[in-house]
Design a protein around this ligand. Structure first.
Ligand code: C2E
Ligand code: CA
Ligand code: CA
Ligand code: CA
Length: 279
């Protein structure tokens, strides 16, 4: 006999309810997660393609749920956006990432070591967002030039005029702006020219077949050339193999990040990685 029973509509409603319940439940869990310190940050090194030195790390959030185990950001960031919890989470990420990076700078004596922080478009729209950034910088005493905020191409273009204003304010502070997942959205050259971005992060989708697919190579090459022409640095995302890395080096990409170097690391593991690379 079939499980579930009922007609299609009833089954659909039951499923919707279950989903709604699940979301509601998870929303409650997420609120508690903030209070109980279940959220933490991993950091993935961003490496100079030519010298192998660590330029920066990207902060990537994780949720250690007491029952479900590790929950990935793709699963809970949308929920955080819907419930508005993203503002509180985002403030915590900024504060923690800046403070951690300042600490690494002091430990290594490298005061250029930078941090890339992902920002949700919802968070970016908040009227106090720039104030929150200022506060995180002030509290940590991190130089604004060592902080880069990542916004996806898609979210930059969604509310173009207000986003543009906020980006201009951040640029005036000296904070960098990276276009995340570049190439994956509706990038238009018209907008790209106007965006006050400082860095392009080339989406993993173009890197995957880089060594094997002539079209991907042509596209990546064009992105890097265009980036440099616009005065932007380029970071290739999701670099997994030495072959991909070699091609990126030939194409004059500035930086790369991905499993070819290492996965996102726990904060305690980063220091060891950075100092090994400095030798
Ligand atoms: P993203 O910003 O595009 O981050 C890159 C994702 O690719 C990360 O997944 C990273 O762990 C993964 N990755 C890194 N190297 C490789 C590789 O060589 N191969 C492959 N296949 N994957 C690689 P993660 O950590 O699960 O994050 C997923 C997304 O969640 C991020 O995509 C970002 O959009 C979002 N996210 C993460 N942390 C935050 C945060 O603090 N705030 C906000 N608003 N979003 C965040
Ligand atoms: Ca990112
Ligand atoms: Ca990305
Ligand atoms: Ca992404």
């Amino acid at each position: 006999a079939k499980k579930g029973g009922g007609n299609r509509v009833e089954r659909y409603c039951a499923q919707m309810n279950e989903e709604a319940m699940h979301r509601l439940e998870m929303g409650g869990h997420l609120r508690r997660a903030i209070e109980e310190n279940e959220l933490f940050l991993c950091y993935q090194p961003i490496v100079d393609v030519h010298t192998g030195a660590v330029k920066a790390t990207e902060a990537l959030i994780r949720w250690r749920h007491p029952k479900l185990g590790l929950v990935r950001p793709d699963e809970f960031i949308p929920l955080a956006e819907e419930t508005g919890l993203i503002h509180e989470i985002g403030r915590w990420v900024l504060k923690t990432a800046c403070r951690q990076t300042k600490q690494w700078q002091e430990m290594t004596g490298n005061n250029r070591l930078s941090i890339f922080v992902n920002v949700s478009p919802v968070q970016f729209q908040h009227e106090r967002f720039v104030d929150n950034v200022k506060q995180a910088l002030k509290q940590s005493r991190l130089s604004p030039s060592c902080l880069h905020l990542e916004l996806t191409e898609h979210s930059m273009l969604r509310y173009l005029s207000s986003t543009m204003r906020t980006m201009d304010e951040l640029r005036k502070l000296g904070v960098g702006i990276a276009v995340d997942d570049f190439g994956s959205g509706y990038s238009s050259f018209h907008y790209l020219k106007r965006l006050p971005a400082t860095i392009l992060k080339i989406d993993r989708a173009f890197i995957e077949q880089l060594h094997a697919n002539a079209s991907d190579e042509a596209i990546v090459k064009a992105m890097i050339t265009m980036g440099h022409g616009l005065g932007l640095e380029t970071i290739a995302e999701g670099v997994e193999t030495p072959e991909q890395l070699n091609r990126l080096r030939d194409l004059q990409c500035t930086y790369a990040q991905g499993y070819v170097f290492c996965p996102p690391l726990l904060a305690e593991e980063v220091m060891q990685y950075v100092t090994e690379k400095q030798k």
